[in-house]
Design a protein around this ligand. Structure first.
Ligand code: ADP
Ligand code: ZN
Length: 201
């Protein structure tokens, strides 16, 4: 509890695969907080420079100004003490330190909204989001549309070959897939076999 203002802090987690509307939902909540005249600070990791260097951006081009940081440990020193709501996008790019930082913020009376991938390209729980889900007061899981069959999709399908946990990219490198269509890792390519017709003797 914040002794001065009596604010009760908490953690709201927004998780799901890529293209499921996590950033959209985060910005919707942050905009509402701004309308409610709350002081808001937004952070995003430096690694994610896909669309803009000082804004969080959704795949349908909603934007909001944010502070760009390399490590979760930079959040506390950059925090204005008057800030009431802290938004963090692309949490999956921050290491396990984010768990401690988010806990400290919430314990200190801040309303913490965190969006990030909950599973990786293999379908495994993705730290630190997986842990944050068990510590959060509220969890929203967003689903995308499967690009194969149109069903609700909870997986992020990697389309390029790499064994690295983090490969930054959007268009063409990843797509949303449902449980049935998901192929952990990289999808097997369907090779076409061409047979050369035999010459007539
Ligand atoms: P996330 O932060 O989860 O990656 P965004 O909030 O950036 O998602 O983008 C969500 C938007 O992406 C949707 O409103 C829609 O316009 C678009 N979109 C593109 N591909 C898909 C898909 N396969 N399923 C759902 N929405 C998609
Ligand atoms: Zn599918």
């Amino acid at each position: 509890m914040d002794i001065v203002t009596g604010n009760l802090g908490w953690i709201e987690a927004i998780c799901g695969p890529m293209f499921s509307g996590k950033s959209e939902e985060l910005m919707r909540r942050l905009r509402r907080a701004i309308i409610a005249r709350k002081r808001v600070q937004v952070f995003k990791p430096l690694i994610d420079q896909r669309y803009s260097s000082d804004e969080i951006v959704s795949h349908n081009d909603l934007r909001m100004k944010s502070q760009v940081i390399q490590r979760a440990s930079e959040i506390l020193p950059l925090l204005d003490p008057r800030t009431e709501v802290v938004g963090i996008d692309e949490a999956n790019f921050f290491g396990p330190d984010l768990v401690e930082v988010a806990t400290q913020l919430a314990d200190g009376g801040k309303q913490v909204m965190i969006a990030g991938l909950d599973t990786d390209y293999m379908g495994r729980p993705f730290p630190p989001m997986a842990e944050l889900l068990s510590l959060a007061e509220s969890i929203t899981k967003t689903l995308a549309i499967c690009m194969r069959c149109g069903n609700p999709a909870k997986h992020t399908q990697r389309l390029v070959e790499s064994n690295d946990l983090i490969v930054v990219g959007a268009g063409g490198m990843y797509e949303a897939r449902c449980r049935r269509c998901f192929e952990p890792g990289v999808p097997k390519q369907a090779f076409l076999e061409f047979t050369v017709p035999k010459a007539k003797s």
